[in-house]
Write a protein that binds this ligand. Structure first.
Ligand code: ATP
Ligand code: MG
Ligand code: FE
Length: 341
């Protein structure tokens, strides 16, 4: 089964050809980051316009890089939510047009299901599985019964982990998106500030990062007022230690409680070196340890390959969309059956 996949939920326009949900035959990612940087974040109208400009071209590129033509494609998949509505609509329209022109079946994919399925492009997922999904808009612990049935058992009460990285990065003068740079700085510093670790004692799997963000910003502002220079590497290391501590603590507790066969790290923040090392290290110490899948670094951020991987599972389950498929900016896991048929 060969799937042509589209992703345009935020600031990356991407197309890919994926074979059997496991093999990347081609992957094109057109990033718009430079256009948004001067605004310090993603500007929705700018995002939509860039998506429109490149989507036809990168559809052709995905086919030619995979050395296939439309006749070799079995289905067309697209991220239908969550994300920016105007951005999503470009991918959804392109996929619907392609489906109508070719008669190929259409599959609507949840962006978060896609992030998690980046793992399937690296290794076989054994179920039940458990994922820590950490990205720019989501921080969730997701239980996976099988490839298409998901349950969120933990969520953030306020900011997402990636969002917190981007916000504190701004205070340190780091360009959006700041996660990667803060991660690099963190490895050059020490955890000297002892920022708060929220909700560690709570008997649930939820997170909160706004207190940490405020503590960080207050520390910087206070130092500024008294003209004190703080070490940016120590600040980054202290922030990252607090984020990784709470993510690891709650996730390990969930793994002990639900005993999944596979643990998956997903989303843009899954590229974080500190988090990858910590999760792998903590799981290694467990008596009853699940298999660990850390997706390839280039597949942690938004891309169409992960959408093609998730779409294959929906294809196998017969979950197709029709031409009434619409963008759903606030789509939520688990999949609603109504959305799938
Ligand atoms: P969502 O997937 O929740 O809808 P999104 O698509 O905007 O949101 P992603 O593209 O998956 O988010 O991830 C981008 C986020 O990942 C940004 O906030 C970025 O700062 C963060 N990020 C990227 N690399 C790293 C890293 N090494 N460490 C920490 N954060 C990182
Ligand atoms: Mg992005
Ligand atoms: Fe994403």
């Amino acid at each position: 089964v060969r799937i042509l996949a589209y992703e345009s939920s935020c600031d990356e326009t991407s197309t890919a050809v994926i074979k059997n949900g496991r093999e990347i035959e081609s992957l094109i990612v057109a990033t718009q980051i430079k256009s948004h940087q001067r605004f310090g974040g993603v500007v929705p109208e700018v995002a939509s316009r860039h998506h429109i400009e490149v989507i036809s071209q990168i559809t052709k590129e995905a086919l030619s890089e995979a050395e296939v033509s439309w006749q070799d494609i079995d289905a067309i998949a697209v991220t239908s939510g969550p994300g920016l509505v105007g951005a999503l609509l470009i991918g959804v329209s392109a996929a619907k047009a392609a489906s109508m022109a070719t008669g190929l079946p259409l599959i609507g994919v949840d962006h978060i299901m896609g992030h998690i399925m980046a793992a399937q492009l690296k290794d076989e997922i054994e179920y039940p599985a458990l994922a820590l999904q950490v990205s720019g808009g989501h921080t969730e612990i997701v239980l996976m019964k099988d490839p298409i049935h998901f349950e969120i058992i933990g969520d953030t009460r306020d900011d997402a982990a990636g969002e917190a990285y981007d916000k504190i990065g701004r205070v340190l003068g780091v360009n959006y998106p700041a996660g990667k740079t803060i991660d690099q700085w963190a490895h050059k510093g020490k955890d000297t500030f002892n920022f708060p670790r929220a909700m560690m004692e709570d008997d649930d799997y939820d997170f909160s990062f706004s207190g940490l963000k405020s503590a960080f910003i207050n520390t910087c502002h206070h130092a500024d007022q008294i003209h004190q220079e703080l070490d940016k590497y120590d600040l980054a290391a202290s922030f990252q230690a607090a984020v990784v501590d709470v993510l690891a603590y709650k996730t390990i507790r969930a793994i002990k409680a639900y005993k999944p066969k596979t643990f998956i790290l997903g989303g843009g923040v899954a590229a974080n070196q500190g988090l990858r090392e910590r999760m792998a290290g903590e799981i290694e110490k467990l008596a009853d340890k699940p298999k660990v899948i850390l997706p390839e670094l280039k597949l942690c951020g938004d891309n169409a390959a992960m959408i093609g991987a998730a779409a294959y599972n929906l294809y196998q389950a017969g979950k197709f969309a029709d031409l009434s498929l619409n963008a759903d900016p606030s789509m939520e896991l688990p999949y609603a059956e109504t959305m799938l048929n």
